[in-house]
Write a protein that binds this ligand. Structure first.
Ligand SMILES: Cc1cc2nc3c(=O)[nH]c(=O)nc-3n(C[C@H](O)[C@H](O)[C@H](O)COP(=O)(O)OP(=O)(O)OC[C@H]3O[C@@H](n4cnc5c(N)ncnc54)[C@H](O)[C@@H]3O)c2cc1C
Length: 287
């Protein structure tokens, strides 16, 4: 049942300082409203308990893409459409572009933002595995100042994360690599479009002199948070690619992930598909 609209408040800020002032004056009272693609679903379903929202869609400080020699920095309001259009992302961060192209349909891609995807903190979200595999960092800003934190470790439990009520996620930073990395991204869902992931896999690595290097692996929908699989990475780093190392990595991954049964899939299916995707990723590397 749709929520009773007059019980909600939505105010707008035109500049970052103004928005931060609203959040600082009454911490926790006003919550950011970006593209609204997650929030509006809850509103329509009558399941949006929080009542007061601060529209941040018009903040210029949260927009744009900045490219330097060592990094690419995206405003938190960067939409999926903008991600797909950005040349440097297509060339160097293709998994993020693929995640964006497989998120929702065109309307969602025009309105949904990377920042919203991160702070909504769904374990099934599609950008987080790519952002984790690219070792992204987040800029969190309040009136007290700005701080950069690694994205790995930002999600600390189901829908819990290291952002304070008076902070906004303002920018997402991706380190550029001088190495020629290989990228492997797979979203497994019920359909090819408009489907929430059953399992989502993002892996990047380089093979040097027959050994795996610069390896990062992250999965979605297999734990309470989007998971960077550091134990599996450790098991593979420096190894030669062969059946023994692949089987060992699969055994480690099987213990590292904690899939659940829910309406979209079963624990067993998620477990098996995750292992299959790891094997496919590693076989792509060896090829
Ligand atoms: C039909 C449909 C299909 C979808 N398909 C997919 C899909 O395939 N894959 C997928 O991952 N997601 C999907 N989504 C979910 C959604 O589109 C994404 O999570 C989107 O990125 C959310 O961004 P937003 O700007 O709309 O967030 P909002 O709905 O505005 O906000 C989401 C949450 O993030 C907080 N927030 C937003 N921005 C900030 C910020 N800068 N700082 C601090 N807090 C912030 C808000 O307070 C809120 O709690 C789908 C949604 C719909 C309706």
């Amino acid at each position: 049942m749709r929520a009773y609209l007059p019980s909600y408040e939505l105010i707008s800020a035109a500049q970052l300082q103004e928005a931060l002032g609203v959040l600082a004056n009454e911490p926790g009272v006003w919550r950011p409203f970006a593209g609204g693609t997650d929030l509006m679903v809850l509103l329509e379903a009558g399941k949006l308990p929080h009542k007061k929202y601060l529209n941040i869609w018009n903040l210029p400080e949260l927009r744009g893409v900045e490219v330097t020699a060592s990094q690419v920095t995206l405003g938190a309001l960067t939409t999926y459409t903008e991600v797909q259009q950005e040349k440097v992302l297509q060339a160097e961060f293709p998994m993020l572009c693929q995640a964006a192209s497989e998120t929702g349909g065109l309307a969602i891609q025009n309105r949904g933002t990377l920042g919203g995807n991160i702070v909504n903190a769904s374990p099934a979200a599609d950008s987080p595995p790519a952002l984790l595999a690219y070792d992204a960092e987040l800029e969190l800003v309040s009136l007290a100042g700005a701080r950069w934190v690694p994205y790995h470790g930002f999600h600390i439990g189901y829908k819990q994360m290291g952002i304070k009520p008076d902070e906004l996620l303002t920018r997402i930073r991706l380190p550029r690599s001088s190495e020629k990395l290989q990228h492997y991204y797979r979203k497994v869902g019920t359909r090819k479009a408009q489907a929430i992931s059953k399992v989502c896999f993002a892996g990047t690595a380089q093979v040097r002199a027959g050994k795996i290097d610069d390896l990062r692996i992250a999965l979605g929908s297999i734990a309470p948070v989007p998971l960077r699989c550091v134990q599996t990475e450790d098991a593979l780093r420096g190894s030669e690619l062969n059946k023994t190392s692949i089987d060992r990595a699969k055994a480690v991954l099987a213990n590292e992930i904690v899939p659940i049964d829910d309406i979209r899939s079963t624990r067993n299916y998620r477990q098996q598909v995750s292992l299959n995707l790891l094997e496919d990723f590693l076989q792509h590397l060896s090829a």
